[in-house]
Design a protein around this ligand. Structure first.
Ligand code: RIB
Ligand code: CA
Length: 315
């Protein structure tokens, strides 16, 4: 079994990533730690409970200090809806969600080799590193965040997760004992969930596809308005897919910093030409083979089989 922790700000695409992880039987999901981002931690925790109910999985869920290390808290309810799940207000079992996400991360990293799927701002990871950096000696961290050659989604140069808490992103990148693996918008923008893909999924597993359609409708409207596309960029699931299918992704090691203040706040500044001659502290994903990733993505979520010719036609 592969021990994993999902640190997330659910969030529509975070939720799809959690659905994927739950569909992989070799994952031992130690827990879901909630960070403020798309919505504040309290709403994120409720959405984790909603997924727990839909997936019939009794996840360990932990909340955290809702505030970024330095910056004022902001959210993305304009993109993910007031409830953070496309204003679907799905049912959930109202059980207590404990605080203590940071200590949960540290305790589990000290016990085992754990992979952290970081799907939101890196606030919890940074606080855990500040508290016990040695715990991270054997940890693998794959983060959805940043943008390289592609435009940002919070400013011309910055992506939401790293914009919300740039100090946390920079702290994690500069202090992690192992290079942080980063999947930027450059890659995720190539992976767009369209109505045709949802229709194909309905032909395999209607319940899962209906759930996916239900939580992404609001998201699709946002994408039509602001990214001028029919469909939605589902960023976070690619963190899971990159872990499972590395052969379908291209990546490079670089030195990077995150700009914390001023006009470029949140920018992942990648030293592509090794100008600074500094240690290469990130592994940046650069490209994706979308066909095989879509095929496996759909098959994991639906627990069914994809007709490859049909998929070719709709991609
Ligand atoms: O910029 C996209 C990222 O910010 C995704 O992780 C999304 O869920 C939000 O957290
Ligand atoms: Ca997220």
């Amino acid at each position: 079994m592969k021990k994993i922790i999902i640190d997330a700000d659910p969030g529509i695409d975070d939720s799809i990533a959690i659905m994927l992880a739950a569909g992989l039987s070799h994952f031992d999901i130690l827990g879901i730690t909630i960070v403020s981002g798309n919505v504040c931690v309290d709403k994120g925790a409720v959405n984790a409970l909603r997924l727990s109910k839909f997936l019939k999985k009794d996840f360990n869920i932990y909340k955290s200090n809702p505030n970024p290390l330095v910056k004022e808290l902001i959210n993305a309810e304009d993109t993910h809806g007031e409830d953070g799940l496309g204003e679907t207000y799905l049912p959930y079992e109202d059980r207590e969600v404990k605080d203590g996400a940071v200590d949960f991360i540290i305790e589990n990293l000290k016990k085992d080799e754990v992979t952290i799927f970081a799907l939101g701002p890196l606030t919890n990871i940074a606080r855990a590193m500040e508290k016990d950096i040695d715990a991270f000696k054997c940890a693998r961290i794959i983060s959805m965040g940043g943008n390289f050659k592609s435009f940002g989604n919070m400013s011309p140069v910055s992506e939401f997760n790293y914009y919300v808490d740039p100090e946390a992103a920079d702290y994690v990148i500069q202090n992690s004992p192992n290079p942080i693996e980063i999947i930027p918008l450059d890659v995720t923008r190539k992976f767009v969930l369209t109505p045709n893909i949802i229709a194909l999924m309905k032909s395999i597993n209607k319940d899962v596809a209906d759930f996916l359609e239900n939580i992404t409708n609001f998201y699709m409207d946002f994408h039509l308005k602001y990214e001028n596309i029919i469909g939605s960029v589902i960023n976070d699931p690619l963190v899971i897919m990159a872990h499972e299918f590395p052969e379908y992704f291209a990546k490079e090691k670089y030195h990077a910093d995150v700009v914390c203040d001023g006009k470029a706040r949140g920018m992942l500044m990648v030293d592509e030409k090794d100008f600074l001659k500094k240690e290469k502290n990130i592994i940046l994903y650069r490209d994706i083979k979308t066909f095989p990733v879509w095929k496996n993505f759909i098959e994991i979520l639906t627990a069914g089989e994809v007709d490859e010719e049909m998929l070719e036609r709709i991609l």
